[in-house]
Structures are given as structure tokens and as C-alpha cells.
Design a protein around this ligand. Structure first.
Ligand SMILES: O=C(O)c1ccccc1NCC(=O)[C@H](O)[C@H](O)COP(=O)(O)O
Length: 222
């Protein structure tokens, strides 16, 4: 089975190219000022224009208002909006209708009780990003390199396609796919040499491991 990979937090054209060459399906750009991965609208435009056809360009925003989104979408050619804040299901639906782009809603998971949100967001979003819940007081609402107990989402079904995220690395992604049945995975910290600094060798290793193409890959049982 082909696993679709998203590499998030790209800041350099050569990294966008490496993501496409490695066989990833999505490239993510972060618009959150406190993040070491934050990009300006101008840089994001350059990165998006450098992306080859077929690589979906995802904008990650946090509780963004219409004025920011209007400007973003007027400047950067994008394919998907990833909502990574406390947007309500109503706000998700509103953004989807206003901009006519597919919307992926991130939901933080730490325990079984958190799963219920996936039903309500799954009814209004095009995709769900099933991510680790950030620890209390964390500076970032995501991209913290922390995973959650993958057994919580083992073979679960929601009303729309979903992507597994949170603390994935080239070393653990094959196990995560096997344990959860995820068909899509997302990574940021796990392919960095330092916060916000992507590493091309790690990007290649991650995509190969996710797709079960790594040299020492363990066969995935389905
Ligand atoms: O990456 C950031 O800096 C960030 C800032 C604000 C909200 C979300 C952010 N990142 C989310 C992601 O990059 C991914 O979608 C996902 O959470 C995986 O992150 P990681 O655990 O670092 O692989």
C-alpha cells in the first residue's frame, strides 16, 4: 500500500525539491510567528512556486483571521489549508466555504476522551491530522516532536481521510503505520538536524521508511 507522506515546516527551495524527489505527497509551510519554522508570505510564495506539479502545498495556520487568510491566499499558490489552532467545527466549515480549498483540521490526542473531537471535525473537514496534544504551557501548538499512544487510534475510522502526526521519525514511522493502519503520515521535528533546520538525508530516510522502502524495512502485516 502506498503511504502518502507530508513533510511540514519547509523554509528552503532545495528542501521542497528534496521532498518531491523523495516521493512525498505534501509540502507544509508554517505561518506561526513564534515557530522556528515560520515563513513570511513572500518566502512561502517562492517555495510554493518552486514546488513541482503533483506536490500538494499545505499552509499551516493557527487561529487565523479572514484578513490574514485573504492575504495568504492572494499571495501564495496553495492546495490545502491546515488549521492547527483552536478553530471550532463551525469555523472550519466557514473557512472551507469562504476559500474553496480543502481543509485539514489538526486534533491533539493524549487520551481516549480526545478521540470524540475527530467525529465532529471529521464531519466538516476534508481531512484530519491526528497529532499529539501539546503539553500544557508548550510554546508551540504542534511540531513538538512528541508522540501519543498509537494504540488509541488502532484501526479506528472517521468520516474523512486522516493523517498520523506527532513525534514520527525515520526509525519509528514504519511501526507507527503498522500499529495504527494510517495511510498518511506527517513529520516535522523528526527530519531536522536542529529546531527548524530540515535535513535532506533525514527527509529521504523518513519517506523511504514510511513507504516500507528502507533497506532494513520490516514487512508490514495487514
Ligand atoms: O511546526 C511548528 O512549528 C508548528 C507551529 C504551530 C503549530 C503547528 C506546528 N507544527 C505542526 C506540524 O509540523 C505537524 O503537522 C505535526 O504536528 C508534526 O510535528 P512533529 O511532532 O514535530 O513531527
Amino acid at each position: 500500500m502506498d503511504i502518502r507522506v507530508k513533510i511540514c515546516g519547509l523554509k528552503r527551495p532545495e528542501h521542497v525539491e528534496a521532498v518531491a524527489e523523495a516521493g512525498a505527497a505534501y509540502a507544509g509551510f508554517v505561518f506561526f510567528e513564534k515557530s522556528p519554522r515560520n515563513v513570511s508570505l513572500g518566502l512561502a510564495r517562492e517555495l510554493a512556486l518552486a514546488a513541482p506539479v503533483g506536490l500538494a502545498k499545505v499552509a499551516l495556520v493557527v487561529n487565523a483571521e479572514d484578513a490574514f487568510l485573504d492575504n495568504l491566499l492572494a499571495t501564495v499558490p496553495l492546495d490545502i489549508l491546515q488549521l492547527h489552532g483552536k478553530e471550532s467545527p463551525e469555523r472550519v466549515a466557514e473557512i472551507r466555504a469562504r476559500y474553496g480549498l480543502p481543509v485539514m483540521k489538526a486534533v491533539g490526542i493524549a487520551e481516549e476522551a480526545d478521540l470524540v473531537q475527530l467525529q465532529s471535525y471529521g464531519a466538516v473537514a476534508d481531512q484530519l491530522l491526528v497529532d499529539a496534544k501539546p503539553p500544557k504551557g508548550a510554546a508551540l501548538p504542534g511540531g513538538n516532536g512528541l508522540s501519543f499512544d498509537w494504540r488509541l487510534v488502532n484501526r479506528k475510522y472517521w468520516p474523512c481521510p486522516w493523517m498520523l502526526a506527532g513525534g514520527l521519525t525515520p526509525d519509528n514511522v514504519a511501526t507507527a503505520v503498522q500499529m495504527t493502519g494510517a495511510r498518511q503520515v506527517d513529520v516535522s521535528s523528526g527530519v531536522e538536524s536542529a529546531p527548524g533546520e530540515k535535513d535532506i538525508a533525514l527527509i529521504r530516510a523518513f519517506v523511504a521508511a514510511a513507504k516500507g522502502e528502507a533497506k532494513d524495512a520490516v514487512p508490514v502485516l495487514r
